[in-house]
Design a protein around this ligand. Structure first.
Ligand code: RNT
Ligand code: ZN
Length: 417
């Protein structure tokens, strides 16, 4: 009844609600495994700090300590989120077993991810992959751009191992695998040589990507950044470096993380330019608060605008969408679910805009009508359609999922130290 009424309102603006829901249900969104354990991973028995200029702040209890716990937590999240899911793994989440004992990152093999493949197969998920160029003794602190040959060799070998693992994930799961390369390489203070590290980074990337892979199944990308904690003055993999690297490297695409730009720069304005020149584009959806703080993704203006750009460019099948945040100050499962559902909301919101009408108003110079229409769409009965979408996907509605997370917290998370 309510849903029917909501649909008539959208129909007034020429929006086909059924079609929007049907489209969204098929768009893959990658769930980042690292929200569940504050980017710790399983390959550092001795512990050690999170490095690379990123930080997970907060000490909320219940952090996942083992692969089993992380998988259990991810199951909770998957059950509470609508849409087509992939999972996003970092190399540091390799699972060591008697059949696949511990090796250092330069020697990782597909078998160290066999339990993740089993996990994905049981749930019909695809997987994306990331080499881990941080939180490791071989960061000197540079990695792929280090002047030390031995350091670069180690990390190039790590990168190549990850190409092979990405190929394995794609093959086993019959789903394309995004292989995202990000390093925190850079300097705290003003460098004496900006070119040298970038030249070495380029050569290291070339060496990694000389490893053979199937171009239709593995999508390597380079993620740029403006600065990190302790790396305030110079980032090797800057925006220009990554854009130019991807532009000239066959098969390599750009990844934009919306926490990685100057504070008034927005990724929503960059998407159309990249899509004009590149077939594919990858995004990390996050929320920067004053800096690259990786707060939980909200249903906020910029998240909506990013999604509207993708929809308006008719590029839902050309953009790889992944979440990237880590909040250790609240229930981690709730943090995951909130961000995932918010990205779904933003995508649905975008699909419910009368994009063609708006474009026509712009092209005919009727900016008055455009402004009015844009404002009216903000209060269209979106919540009712969101409910309908959740029902259609068989997941709880808003107001229904948090009690489930709280129950899981009481029964499972609270028992973890
Ligand atoms: C860091 C980058 C990077 C990481 C993950 C863990 O600033 O955003 O994507 O967050 O690889
Ligand atoms: Zn990122």
């Amino acid at each position: 009844m309510n849903e029917t009424y909501a649909k008539t309102i959208y129909a007034r603006y020429g929006v086909d609600v059924e079609k929007a829901m049907e489209t969204l249900q098929k768009v893959p969104v990658s769930l980042h495994c690292w929200q569940g354990d504050d980017v710790t991973g399983f390959d550092r028995k001795e512990g050690g700090p999170l490095t690379g200029g990123i930080q997970a702040t907060g000490g909320y209890p219940g952090k996942a300590r083992t692969p089993e716990e992380l998988m259990d937590d991810m199951d909770q999240v998957l059950a509470l989120c609508p849409g087509t899911k992939k999972i996003n793994l970092h190399a540091s989440y390799a699972i060591f077993t008697p059949e696949a004992p511990w090796v250092d990152r330069d020697k990782l093999e597909p078998k160290h991810f066999a339990p993740w493949v089993a996990y994905c197969k049981e749930r019909g998920l695809g997987a994306d992959f990331n080499p881990t160029f941080f939180s490791h003794p071989m960061c000197d602190p540079l990695t792929l751009s280090s002047p030390r040959e031995e350091t670069r060799r180690f990390w190039i070998d790590h990168g190549k191992a990850c190409v092979r693992i990405a190929q394995y994930l794609a093959q086993e799961l019959h789903t394309p695998c995004v292989l995202n390369i990000w390093t925190g390489d850079g300097f705290k203070d003003i460098p004496a040589d900006r070119l040298g590290p970038r030249q070495r980074y380029k050569e290291s990337l070339d060496a990694i990507l000389s490893e053979p892979y199937d171009r239709s199944m593995v999508y390597p990308c380079v993620e740029s950044k403006v600065f990190g904690i302790g790396v305030e003055s110079y980032t090797v993999g800057s925006a220009e470096f990554c854009l130019k690297y991807a532009a000239q490297k066959e098969g390599c695409i750009s990844l934009m993380d919306n926490g990685h730009y100057h504070p008034t720069e927005v990724v929503s304005d960059k998407i159309s330019s990249l899509l004009l020149f590149d077939e594919k584009l990858a995004l990390h959806i996050t929320r920067p608060v004053r800096w690259d703080s990786d707060h939980v993704v909200l249903f906020d203006d910029e998240t909506r605008e990013i999604c509207r750009e993708i929809v308006r460019c008719r590029a839902l099948d050309r953009v790889f969408l992944a979440l990237d945040y880590f909040d250790a100050s609240i229930n981690r499962v709730a943090a995951w679910v909130t961000g995932y559902r918010n990205l779904q909301k933003a995508l649905l919101y975008a699909l419910l805009q009368p994009a063609d009408t708006m474009k026509q108003l712009q092209d005919t110079g009727d900016f008055t009508s455009l402004l009015v229409l844009q404002e009216e769409m903000k209060t269209a009965p979106f919540g009712l359609i969101w409910d309908a979408y959740c029902r259609r996907c068989g997941v709880p509605l808003d107001g229904e999922w948090l009690p489930k997370v709280k129950a899981y917290e009481a029964a499972v998370l609270a028992a973890r130290e």
